[in-house]
Design a protein around this ligand. Structure first.
Ligand SMILES: *[C@@H]1O[C@H](CO)[C@@H](O)[C@H](O)[C@H]1NC(C)=O
Ligand SMILES: *[C@@H]1O[C@H](CO)[C@@H](O)[C@H](O)[C@H]1NC(C)=O
Ligand SMILES: *[C@@H]1O[C@H](CO)[C@@H](O)[C@H](O)[C@H]1NC(C)=O
Ligand SMILES: *[C@@H]1O[C@H](CO)[C@@H](O)[C@H](O)[C@H]1NC(C)=O
Ligand SMILES: *[C@@H]1O[C@H](CO)[C@@H](O)[C@H](O)[C@H]1NC(C)=O
Ligand SMILES: *[C@@H]1O[C@H](CO)[C@@H](O)[C@H](O)[C@H]1NC(C)=O
Ligand SMILES: *[C@@H]1O[C@H](CO)[C@@H](O)[C@H](O)[C@H]1NC(C)=O
Length: 342
Protein backbone atom coordinates (compact mmCIF):
# COMPACT_ATOMS: atom_id res chain seq x y z
CA UNK A 1 0.00 0.00 0.00
CA UNK A 2 2.75 2.41 1.02
CA UNK A 3 4.63 1.56 -2.18
CA UNK A 4 1.53 2.44 -4.22
CA UNK A 5 1.05 5.77 -2.48
CA UNK A 6 4.63 6.82 -3.01
CA UNK A 7 4.44 5.64 -6.63
CA UNK A 8 1.40 7.89 -7.13
CA UNK A 9 3.19 10.85 -5.55
CA UNK A 10 6.28 10.23 -7.64
CA UNK A 11 4.35 9.85 -10.89
CA UNK A 12 2.18 12.92 -10.18
CA UNK A 13 5.27 15.00 -9.55
CA UNK A 14 6.90 13.79 -12.77
CA UNK A 15 3.69 14.31 -14.73
CA UNK A 16 3.25 17.91 -13.57
CA UNK A 17 6.92 18.59 -14.18
CA UNK A 18 6.62 17.36 -17.76
CA UNK A 19 3.51 19.47 -18.42
CA UNK A 20 5.34 22.52 -17.05
CA UNK A 21 8.33 21.70 -19.25
CA UNK A 22 6.86 20.19 -22.41
CA UNK A 23 10.25 19.11 -23.75
CA UNK A 24 10.54 16.43 -21.07
CA UNK A 25 9.00 13.11 -22.09
CA UNK A 26 5.70 12.25 -20.44
CA UNK A 27 6.76 9.82 -17.69
CA UNK A 28 3.62 7.74 -18.21
CA UNK A 29 4.78 6.97 -21.73
CA UNK A 30 7.75 5.12 -20.22
CA UNK A 31 5.37 2.78 -18.40
CA UNK A 32 2.67 2.32 -21.04
CA UNK A 33 2.03 3.13 -24.66
CA UNK A 34 0.71 6.64 -25.15
CA UNK A 35 0.47 6.11 -28.90
CA UNK A 36 -1.90 3.82 -30.74
CA UNK A 37 -1.31 0.16 -29.86
CA UNK A 38 -3.15 -3.10 -30.38
CA UNK A 39 -5.62 -4.22 -33.02
CA UNK A 40 -6.30 -0.71 -34.40
CA UNK A 41 -2.59 -0.45 -35.19
CA UNK A 42 -1.45 -3.98 -35.96
CA UNK A 43 -3.89 -5.81 -38.19
CA UNK A 44 -4.08 -7.29 -41.70
CA UNK A 45 -5.68 -4.22 -43.32
CA UNK A 46 -3.33 -1.49 -42.10
CA UNK A 47 -2.90 0.93 -39.23
CA UNK A 48 -5.56 3.43 -38.21
CA UNK A 49 -4.43 6.92 -39.23
CA UNK A 50 -7.72 8.85 -39.14
CA UNK A 51 -7.52 12.24 -40.84
CA UNK A 52 -3.75 12.10 -41.37
CA UNK A 53 -2.67 13.80 -44.58
CA UNK A 54 -5.86 15.83 -44.80
CA UNK A 55 -6.82 19.36 -43.73
CA UNK A 56 -7.42 20.37 -40.11
CA UNK A 57 -10.58 22.30 -39.25
CA UNK A 58 -11.81 23.65 -35.92
CA UNK A 59 -15.53 23.46 -35.18
CA UNK A 60 -17.53 24.89 -32.28
CA UNK A 61 -21.14 24.32 -33.32
CA UNK A 62 -23.21 21.35 -34.43
CA UNK A 63 -23.70 22.55 -38.02
CA UNK A 64 -19.98 22.80 -38.74
CA UNK A 65 -19.32 19.55 -36.87
CA UNK A 66 -21.82 17.67 -39.04
CA UNK A 67 -20.50 19.00 -42.31
CA UNK A 68 -16.88 18.30 -41.31
CA UNK A 69 -17.40 14.64 -40.33
CA UNK A 70 -19.85 13.33 -42.90
CA UNK A 71 -17.80 12.60 -46.05
CA UNK A 72 -14.92 10.11 -46.46
CA UNK A 73 -12.19 12.68 -47.18
CA UNK A 74 -9.27 12.55 -44.73
CA UNK A 75 -9.75 15.37 -42.22
CA UNK A 76 -8.82 16.25 -38.62
CA UNK A 77 -11.65 17.96 -36.77
CA UNK A 78 -10.76 19.86 -33.60
CA UNK A 79 -13.90 20.23 -31.50
CA UNK A 80 -14.39 23.15 -29.09
CA UNK A 81 -16.99 23.71 -26.40
CA UNK A 82 -20.37 22.12 -25.71
CA UNK A 83 -22.26 20.61 -28.62
CA UNK A 84 -25.80 19.33 -28.07
CA UNK A 85 -27.02 17.16 -30.92
CA UNK A 86 -30.67 16.43 -31.65
CA UNK A 87 -29.85 13.39 -33.80
CA UNK A 88 -26.84 11.11 -33.99
CA UNK A 89 -23.97 12.44 -36.14
CA UNK A 90 -22.50 9.82 -38.47
CA UNK A 91 -18.71 9.97 -38.68
CA UNK A 92 -17.37 9.13 -42.13
CA UNK A 93 -14.14 7.30 -42.99
CA UNK A 94 -10.66 8.79 -42.62
CA UNK A 95 -11.45 11.14 -39.75
CA UNK A 96 -9.75 12.23 -36.56
CA UNK A 97 -12.24 13.89 -34.22
CA UNK A 98 -10.33 15.44 -31.32
CA UNK A 99 -11.45 17.62 -28.42
CA UNK A 100 -9.54 20.90 -28.21
CA UNK A 101 -6.68 20.88 -25.68
CA UNK A 102 -7.59 24.15 -24.01
CA UNK A 103 -11.33 24.73 -24.32
CA UNK A 104 -12.19 21.00 -24.33
CA UNK A 105 -15.27 19.50 -25.93
CA UNK A 106 -18.42 18.06 -24.46
CA UNK A 107 -21.04 16.21 -26.48
CA UNK A 108 -24.56 15.69 -25.17
CA UNK A 109 -28.03 15.12 -26.59
CA UNK A 110 -27.15 12.38 -29.05
CA UNK A 111 -24.05 10.22 -29.28
CA UNK A 112 -21.91 9.41 -32.31
CA UNK A 113 -22.37 6.68 -34.92
CA UNK A 114 -19.46 5.13 -36.78
CA UNK A 115 -21.31 3.06 -39.38
CA UNK A 116 -20.02 1.44 -42.59
CA UNK A 117 -16.79 3.36 -42.05
CA UNK A 118 -13.08 2.70 -41.82
CA UNK A 119 -10.14 4.53 -40.28
CA UNK A 120 -11.63 6.74 -37.57
CA UNK A 121 -9.94 8.23 -34.49
CA UNK A 122 -11.91 9.73 -31.58
CA UNK A 123 -9.87 11.42 -28.83
CA UNK A 124 -10.24 13.80 -25.92
CA UNK A 125 -14.05 14.08 -26.06
CA UNK A 126 -16.42 14.00 -23.13
CA UNK A 127 -19.75 12.39 -24.02
CA UNK A 128 -22.45 12.27 -21.35
CA UNK A 129 -26.12 11.56 -20.58
CA UNK A 130 -27.13 10.10 -23.95
CA UNK A 131 -30.75 9.04 -23.37
CA UNK A 132 -31.82 5.62 -24.67
CA UNK A 133 -28.79 5.14 -26.90
CA UNK A 134 -25.03 4.67 -26.91
CA UNK A 135 -22.40 7.35 -26.44
CA UNK A 136 -20.62 5.76 -29.42
CA UNK A 137 -21.89 2.92 -31.62
CA UNK A 138 -19.36 1.28 -33.93
CA UNK A 139 -21.30 -0.75 -36.49
CA UNK A 140 -19.97 -2.60 -39.54
CA UNK A 141 -16.77 -0.55 -39.31
CA UNK A 142 -13.05 -1.27 -39.24
CA UNK A 143 -9.94 0.42 -37.84
CA UNK A 144 -11.20 2.64 -35.06
CA UNK A 145 -9.16 4.12 -32.19
CA UNK A 146 -11.12 5.51 -29.24
CA UNK A 147 -8.59 7.12 -26.92
CA UNK A 148 -8.55 9.43 -23.89
CA UNK A 149 -12.27 10.16 -23.77
CA UNK A 150 -14.69 10.41 -20.86
CA UNK A 151 -18.09 8.68 -20.87
CA UNK A 152 -20.57 9.23 -18.06
CA UNK A 153 -24.17 9.57 -16.91
CA UNK A 154 -25.58 8.17 -13.65
CA UNK A 155 -26.43 4.76 -12.30
CA UNK A 156 -29.41 5.93 -10.24
CA UNK A 157 -31.86 5.84 -13.17
CA UNK A 158 -31.26 2.09 -13.70
CA UNK A 159 -29.81 0.18 -16.66
CA UNK A 160 -32.01 1.35 -19.52
CA UNK A 161 -32.29 5.12 -19.13
CA UNK A 162 -29.11 5.36 -21.21
CA UNK A 163 -27.58 2.55 -23.25
CA UNK A 164 -23.96 1.52 -23.83
CA UNK A 165 -20.92 3.76 -23.61
CA UNK A 166 -19.04 2.26 -26.56
CA UNK A 167 -20.91 -0.60 -28.26
CA UNK A 168 -19.23 -2.45 -31.13
CA UNK A 169 -21.41 -4.52 -33.42
CA UNK A 170 -22.17 -6.08 -36.85
CA UNK A 171 -18.83 -7.46 -37.84
CA UNK A 172 -16.78 -4.43 -36.82
CA UNK A 173 -13.09 -5.20 -36.54
CA UNK A 174 -9.57 -3.96 -35.67
CA UNK A 175 -10.37 -1.55 -32.88
CA UNK A 176 -8.51 -0.17 -29.85
CA UNK A 177 -10.07 1.52 -26.82
CA UNK A 178 -7.33 3.05 -24.65
CA UNK A 179 -7.08 5.47 -21.73
CA UNK A 180 -10.82 6.16 -21.59
CA UNK A 181 -12.53 7.11 -18.34
CA UNK A 182 -15.84 5.26 -18.10
CA UNK A 183 -17.76 6.17 -14.96
CA UNK A 184 -21.15 6.31 -13.29
CA UNK A 185 -23.01 4.36 -15.92
CA UNK A 186 -24.69 0.95 -16.03
CA UNK A 187 -23.88 -0.71 -19.36
CA UNK A 188 -20.38 0.01 -20.61
CA UNK A 189 -19.20 -1.80 -23.73
CA UNK A 190 -21.16 -4.49 -25.54
CA UNK A 191 -19.34 -6.31 -28.33
CA UNK A 192 -21.73 -8.18 -30.61
CA UNK A 193 -25.23 -7.26 -29.53
CA UNK A 194 -27.21 -10.34 -30.44
CA UNK A 195 -26.58 -14.09 -30.32
CA UNK A 196 -28.49 -14.33 -33.64
CA UNK A 197 -25.77 -12.43 -35.54
CA UNK A 198 -23.23 -15.26 -35.33
CA UNK A 199 -22.70 -15.33 -39.12
CA UNK A 200 -21.97 -11.60 -39.29
CA UNK A 201 -19.83 -11.38 -36.16
CA UNK A 202 -17.98 -14.68 -35.87
CA UNK A 203 -14.21 -14.27 -36.28
CA UNK A 204 -14.47 -10.45 -36.36
CA UNK A 205 -14.67 -8.08 -33.38
CA UNK A 206 -10.90 -8.02 -32.66
CA UNK A 207 -10.66 -5.33 -30.01
CA UNK A 208 -7.90 -4.17 -27.67
CA UNK A 209 -8.88 -2.56 -24.35
CA UNK A 210 -5.94 -1.10 -22.43
CA UNK A 211 -5.38 1.44 -19.67
CA UNK A 212 -9.05 2.31 -19.40
CA UNK A 213 -10.41 3.44 -16.04
CA UNK A 214 -13.81 1.99 -15.18
CA UNK A 215 -15.33 3.46 -11.99
CA UNK A 216 -18.81 2.91 -10.56
CA UNK A 217 -20.26 0.95 -13.44
CA UNK A 218 -22.80 -1.88 -13.69
CA UNK A 219 -22.04 -4.42 -16.41
CA UNK A 220 -20.19 -5.09 -19.71
CA UNK A 221 -16.61 -4.06 -19.18
CA UNK A 222 -16.66 -5.42 -21.90
CA UNK A 223 -19.21 -8.15 -22.72
CA UNK A 224 -18.30 -9.94 -25.96
CA UNK A 225 -19.86 -12.43 -28.34
CA UNK A 226 -18.14 -14.23 -31.24
CA UNK A 227 -14.95 -12.12 -31.32
CA UNK A 228 -11.54 -11.68 -29.72
CA UNK A 229 -10.78 -9.05 -27.11
CA UNK A 230 -7.40 -8.42 -25.53
CA UNK A 231 -8.05 -6.75 -22.19
CA UNK A 232 -4.92 -5.55 -20.37
CA UNK A 233 -3.83 -3.02 -17.76
CA UNK A 234 -7.29 -1.64 -17.08
CA UNK A 235 -8.40 -0.40 -13.67
CA UNK A 236 -11.86 -1.35 -12.40
CA UNK A 237 -13.22 0.32 -9.27
CA UNK A 238 -16.70 -0.47 -7.97
CA UNK A 239 -17.70 -2.33 -11.11
CA UNK A 240 -20.86 -3.46 -9.36
CA UNK A 241 -22.20 -6.57 -11.11
CA UNK A 242 -20.07 -8.07 -13.85
CA UNK A 243 -16.99 -6.65 -15.60
CA UNK A 244 -15.47 -8.86 -18.34
CA UNK A 245 -18.02 -11.27 -19.81
CA UNK A 246 -17.07 -13.63 -22.65
CA UNK A 247 -20.00 -15.59 -24.08
CA UNK A 248 -21.27 -17.18 -27.31
CA UNK A 249 -17.86 -18.63 -28.27
CA UNK A 250 -16.14 -15.29 -27.72
CA UNK A 251 -12.45 -15.34 -26.72
CA UNK A 252 -10.77 -12.98 -24.28
CA UNK A 253 -7.13 -12.66 -23.26
CA UNK A 254 -7.10 -10.99 -19.85
CA UNK A 255 -3.90 -9.77 -18.24
CA UNK A 256 -2.44 -7.21 -15.88
CA UNK A 257 -5.79 -5.73 -14.84
CA UNK A 258 -6.64 -4.43 -11.37
CA UNK A 259 -10.05 -4.78 -9.70
CA UNK A 260 -10.95 -2.77 -6.62
CA UNK A 261 -13.84 -1.79 -4.39
CA UNK A 262 -17.31 -3.26 -4.64
CA UNK A 263 -16.79 -5.45 -7.72
CA UNK A 264 -18.83 -8.65 -7.75
CA UNK A 265 -17.46 -10.52 -10.76
CA UNK A 266 -14.26 -9.58 -12.57
CA UNK A 267 -14.43 -12.19 -15.33
CA UNK A 268 -16.94 -14.80 -16.45
CA UNK A 269 -17.25 -17.07 -19.47
CA UNK A 270 -20.54 -18.53 -18.31
CA UNK A 271 -23.31 -17.95 -20.90
CA UNK A 272 -25.68 -16.84 -18.18
CA UNK A 273 -26.92 -13.32 -18.82
CA UNK A 274 -27.10 -12.08 -15.24
CA UNK A 275 -30.31 -10.49 -13.98
CA UNK A 276 -28.42 -7.23 -13.42
CA UNK A 277 -27.29 -7.01 -17.05
CA UNK A 278 -30.30 -5.05 -18.21
CA UNK A 279 -33.22 -6.07 -16.00
CA UNK A 280 -35.97 -4.19 -17.84
CA UNK A 281 -35.23 -5.50 -21.31
CA UNK A 282 -33.08 -8.61 -21.31
CA UNK A 283 -34.28 -12.15 -21.36
CA UNK A 284 -31.96 -13.08 -18.54
CA UNK A 285 -30.87 -16.61 -17.84
CA UNK A 286 -28.53 -19.30 -19.10
CA UNK A 287 -29.57 -18.69 -22.68
CA UNK A 288 -26.26 -18.55 -24.52
CA UNK A 289 -23.26 -20.74 -25.19
CA UNK A 290 -20.32 -20.06 -22.91
CA UNK A 291 -17.32 -18.09 -24.10
CA UNK A 292 -13.60 -18.71 -23.57
CA UNK A 293 -10.94 -16.94 -21.53
CA UNK A 294 -7.16 -17.11 -21.31
CA UNK A 295 -5.10 -15.43 -18.63
CA UNK A 296 -1.76 -13.82 -19.53
CA UNK A 297 0.29 -11.71 -17.11
CA UNK A 298 -1.06 -11.81 -13.56
CA UNK A 299 -4.23 -9.89 -12.72
CA UNK A 300 -5.13 -8.47 -9.32
CA UNK A 301 -8.73 -9.56 -8.88
CA UNK A 302 -9.18 -7.80 -5.52
CA UNK A 303 -12.16 -9.48 -3.91
CA UNK A 304 -14.02 -10.04 -7.19
CA UNK A 305 -15.16 -13.44 -8.49
CA UNK A 306 -13.75 -15.23 -11.54
CA UNK A 307 -15.68 -17.99 -13.36
CA UNK A 308 -13.75 -19.49 -16.28
CA UNK A 309 -15.81 -22.39 -17.63
CA UNK A 310 -13.73 -22.87 -20.81
CA UNK A 311 -10.09 -22.03 -21.44
CA UNK A 312 -9.64 -20.88 -25.04
CA UNK A 313 -6.88 -20.62 -27.62
CA UNK A 314 -6.37 -16.84 -27.58
CA UNK A 315 -3.16 -17.28 -25.64
CA UNK A 316 -1.05 -14.49 -27.08
CA UNK A 317 -1.77 -11.15 -28.75
CA UNK A 318 -0.51 -11.05 -32.36
CA UNK A 319 1.32 -7.73 -31.82
CA UNK A 320 3.87 -6.02 -29.59
CA UNK A 321 2.60 -4.03 -26.64
CA UNK A 322 3.91 -2.46 -23.47
CA UNK A 323 2.66 -4.01 -20.23
CA UNK A 324 2.68 -1.78 -17.16
CA UNK A 325 3.97 -3.50 -14.00
CA UNK A 326 0.91 -4.66 -12.06
CA UNK A 327 1.65 -2.57 -8.92
CA UNK A 328 1.75 0.60 -11.05
CA UNK A 329 -1.44 -0.04 -13.06
CA UNK A 330 -3.76 1.82 -10.66
CA UNK A 331 -1.70 5.03 -10.39
CA UNK A 332 -0.73 5.05 -14.07
CA UNK A 333 -4.34 4.60 -15.24
CA UNK A 334 -5.69 7.19 -12.78
CA UNK A 335 -3.14 9.76 -13.92
CA UNK A 336 -3.37 9.01 -17.60
CA UNK A 337 -7.00 8.19 -18.44
CA UNK A 338 -9.71 10.61 -19.53
CA UNK A 339 -9.81 14.02 -21.18
CA UNK A 340 -7.31 16.85 -20.79
CA UNK A 341 -4.31 14.51 -20.83
CA UNK A 342 -3.26 14.74 -24.48
C1 LIG B 1 -20.80 27.76 -36.78
O1 LIG B 1 -19.42 28.08 -36.82
C2 LIG B 1 -19.00 28.59 -38.08
C3 LIG B 1 -17.49 28.80 -38.01
O2 LIG B 1 -16.88 27.59 -37.68
C4 LIG B 1 -19.71 29.89 -38.37
O3 LIG B 1 -19.32 30.33 -39.66
C5 LIG B 1 -21.21 29.66 -38.34
O4 LIG B 1 -21.87 30.89 -38.48
C6 LIG B 1 -21.62 29.03 -37.02
N1 LIG B 1 -23.02 28.67 -37.10
C7 LIG B 1 -23.87 28.92 -36.12
C8 LIG B 1 -25.26 28.46 -36.33
O5 LIG B 1 -23.53 29.50 -35.11
C1 LIG C 1 -19.91 23.74 -21.16
O1 LIG C 1 -20.87 23.41 -20.18
C2 LIG C 1 -20.35 23.39 -18.86
C3 LIG C 1 -21.46 22.97 -17.94
O2 LIG C 1 -22.06 21.78 -18.41
C4 LIG C 1 -19.80 24.75 -18.48
O3 LIG C 1 -19.21 24.67 -17.22
C5 LIG C 1 -18.78 25.19 -19.50
O4 LIG C 1 -18.39 26.52 -19.24
C6 LIG C 1 -19.35 25.13 -20.91
N1 LIG C 1 -18.29 25.44 -21.86
C7 LIG C 1 -18.47 26.23 -22.90
C8 LIG C 1 -17.27 26.47 -23.76
O5 LIG C 1 -19.55 26.75 -23.15
C1 LIG D 1 -24.69 0.90 -44.27
O1 LIG D 1 -24.64 0.12 -45.43
C2 LIG D 1 -25.84 -0.61 -45.64
C3 LIG D 1 -25.60 -1.54 -46.81
O2 LIG D 1 -25.05 -0.84 -47.88
C4 LIG D 1 -26.99 0.36 -45.89
O3 LIG D 1 -28.19 -0.35 -46.04
C5 LIG D 1 -27.12 1.28 -44.67
O4 LIG D 1 -28.09 2.27 -44.90
C6 LIG D 1 -25.80 1.94 -44.39
N1 LIG D 1 -25.94 2.70 -43.14
C7 LIG D 1 -25.66 3.97 -43.04
C8 LIG D 1 -25.97 4.61 -41.74
O5 LIG D 1 -25.15 4.60 -43.94
C1 LIG E 1 -20.78 -2.63 -44.42
O1 LIG E 1 -20.07 -1.51 -44.93
C2 LIG E 1 -19.62 -1.69 -46.25
C3 LIG E 1 -18.86 -0.45 -46.61
O2 LIG E 1 -17.73 -0.34 -45.81
C4 LIG E 1 -20.79 -1.92 -47.19
O3 LIG E 1 -20.30 -2.18 -48.47
C5 LIG E 1 -21.61 -3.10 -46.71
O4 LIG E 1 -22.76 -3.25 -47.48
C6 LIG E 1 -22.01 -2.88 -45.27
N1 LIG E 1 -22.73 -4.03 -44.77
C7 LIG E 1 -23.83 -3.93 -44.04
C8 LIG E 1 -24.47 -5.21 -43.62
O5 LIG E 1 -24.31 -2.86 -43.69
C1 LIG F 1 -11.04 7.03 -47.22
O1 LIG F 1 -11.77 5.92 -46.80
C2 LIG F 1 -12.26 5.07 -47.84
C3 LIG F 1 -13.15 4.04 -47.19
O2 LIG F 1 -12.52 3.39 -46.16
C4 LIG F 1 -11.08 4.51 -48.59
O3 LIG F 1 -11.51 3.63 -49.60
C5 LIG F 1 -10.33 5.65 -49.21
O4 LIG F 1 -9.20 5.19 -49.86
C6 LIG F 1 -9.93 6.70 -48.17
N1 LIG F 1 -9.53 7.89 -48.89
C7 LIG F 1 -8.32 8.42 -48.79
C8 LIG F 1 -8.06 9.60 -49.65
O5 LIG F 1 -7.50 7.98 -48.05
C1 LIG G 1 -19.90 -20.66 -12.95
O1 LIG G 1 -20.37 -21.30 -14.12
C2 LIG G 1 -21.03 -22.51 -13.89
C3 LIG G 1 -21.41 -23.08 -15.25
O2 LIG G 1 -20.34 -23.76 -15.77
C4 LIG G 1 -22.26 -22.33 -13.04
O3 LIG G 1 -22.88 -23.56 -12.80
C5 LIG G 1 -21.86 -21.65 -11.75
O4 LIG G 1 -23.04 -21.33 -11.02
C6 LIG G 1 -21.09 -20.40 -12.03
N1 LIG G 1 -20.64 -19.85 -10.80
C7 LIG G 1 -20.93 -18.60 -10.43
C8 LIG G 1 -20.39 -18.17 -9.10
O5 LIG G 1 -21.58 -17.85 -11.15
C1 LIG H 1 -9.92 -21.72 -31.30
O1 LIG H 1 -11.05 -22.23 -30.63
C2 LIG H 1 -12.27 -22.01 -31.30
C3 LIG H 1 -13.38 -22.48 -30.42
O2 LIG H 1 -13.17 -23.81 -30.01
C4 LIG H 1 -12.26 -22.73 -32.65
O3 LIG H 1 -13.46 -22.43 -33.34
C5 LIG H 1 -11.08 -22.21 -33.47
O4 LIG H 1 -10.98 -22.93 -34.65
C6 LIG H 1 -9.78 -22.37 -32.67
N1 LIG H 1 -8.73 -21.68 -33.40
C7 LIG H 1 -7.57 -22.24 -33.61
C8 LIG H 1 -6.58 -21.41 -34.36
O5 LIG H 1 -7.30 -23.35 -33.21
Amino acid sequence: MRLQISAVTFLSALTSLSSAAPLLPNPLSLLASWNIEGFAEDNPIGPTTGGKGGETVTVSNTTSFLSAVKDNTPRTIIVQGNLTFTSRPKIGSNKSVIGDKLTQAHITGSGLDIVNASNVIIRNLKISYILGNDCITIRNSTRVWVDHNEFTSDISHGPDQYDGQVDIIRGSDWITLSWNYFHDHWKSSLVGNDANFRDIDFGKLHITYHHNYWRHEGTRGPAGRFGHQHVYNNLYEDFLYQAIHSRSDNQVLVEGNVFRGDTREALSTYGLVIPDDSPNTCVCGDEELDGFANLGARNDWGGAGVNITQVGNFTKAPYKYKLTPLFLVAPVVKLGAGVGKI
